[in-house]
Design a protein around this ligand. Structure first.
Ligand code: SAM
Length: 331
């Protein structure tokens, strides 16, 4: 394992993108992510503090990480999040973004933007109020749509809308979401349902392949591929041929993009994970709390990346779901 230079794995993938989960709690219970009830949450003492997160981010930056995304659980239920954003922003990453369900975004958009957040991805799986409520089990569509406006008004752009498609539940809204992209300039990203739901109800035929989404949209509005400046980005990007709007397809299951993956994740309780689907965890919390040096933190970061497998293995016969589900890892 190299002890100098950028964070590289055995397959030559250089890691520049760190996803930081700040909590495993969420105020929604999306069917594809969390159970309706019965999930126990981490005690506060086990969560990394803002000091600890900032320190780790700084060490990661010294190893070549250039982009941070804050996630959860729902990151905006963590108290004082704008103050963490301000501290991370001061470090000067090329990108500092947040993924949110939008429920608290309307209230916090201004302070997040003032703190230095660049942009947000807002999850929204239906544009029909009742269906939104049935997929997300809590929350309210109008609040989320208003929050998108507030985020744009605060300058958190380009705003991306994340849509997890579930066969028979919301796949009849593909064109409605394509229209949203065309009408608002928001980048709508269709995400394949992955085997990371806490209910363990994932089945392959419940996901809607990205290819199908492409065909259904382009039959109405022809699409053109956008050549990607960032090869490691998970979404395949398309513009509408008439020049109005953009969509993204995140086909994690049917067309895995592991070969260009440059992402590393930090769970809310301080474990580094090199893949959503790997159970291999490398704790930094112990190092942080036992007086470890930056050199020791760097070593854990390097080891976590070096241990990464070539792919997530979902499509291989022996695939086993990871023990932690999406909200506990940080999406
Ligand atoms: N609470 C925030 C939110 O709702 O965006 C951030 C965390 S959430 C885990 C991050 C993203 O993961 C969301 O866009 C969500 O829709 C997506 N997600 C959660 N479970 C998923 C699954 N089983 N398959 C695909 N995407 C999933």
């Amino acid at each position: 394992m190299p002890l100098h230079g950028p964070l590289v794995d055995r397959y030559g993938r250089v890691h520049r993108d760190l996803r930081i989960s700040v909590t495993d709690r969420c105020n929604l219970r999306c069917v594809y992510c969390m159970p309706e009830d019965g999930l126990s949450f981490l005690p506060t003492s086990e969560l990394l503090t803002f000091d600890e997160i900032t320190r780790l981010a700084k060490v990661a930056q010294s190893l070549g990480v250039t982009a941070l995304r804050i996630t959860g659980g729902e990151p905006l239920v963590r108290k004082g999040l704008p103050s963490l954003i301000a501290r991370l922003s001061e470090l000067g990453f090329d990108d500092l973004a947040l993924t949110t369900n939008g429920t608290e975004l309307g209230r916090l958009a201004g302070s997040l933007a003032s703190a230095g957040l660049r942009r947000v991805n807002v999850s929204c799986d239906s544009l029909r109020p009742e269906r939104f409520a049935s997929i997300r089990r809590r929350g309210n569509l109008t609040v989320v749509l208003d929050a998108m406006n507030a985020a744009e008004a605060a300058g958190l752009t380009p705003l991306k809308v994340n849509v997890v498609l579930l066969r028979g539940q919301n796949d009849d809204e593909i064109l409605d979401f394509a229209s949203l992209a065309r009408d608002t300039g928001r980048i709508v990203r269709f995400i394949e349902f992955m085997p990371l739901d806490a209910d363990g109800a994932w089945e392959r035929d419940r996901l809607v392949p990205g290819r199908e989404v492409f065909e259904r949209i382009s039959a109405v509005w022809p699409l053109e591929a956008i050549s990607e400046s960032d090869d490691a980005a998970p979404a395949e990007r398309f513009r509408f041929a008439d020049g109005i709007g953009e969509i993204g397809l995140i086909s994690s299951v049917t067309e895995p993009f592991c070969g260009t993956c440059n992402r590393l994740r930090l769970t809310a309780d301080g474990a580094l994970r090199n893949c959503l689907f790997s159970d291999d965890e490398h704790t930094v919390r112990d190092v942080l709390r036992n007086g470890g040096t930056d050199a020791e933190l760097s070593l854990v970061l390097r080891e976590a990346v070096w241990a990464k497998f070539p792919g997530h293995g979902i499509n291989e016969p022996g695939f086993l779901r990871p023990a932690r589900s999406m909200s506990m890892i940080g999406g």
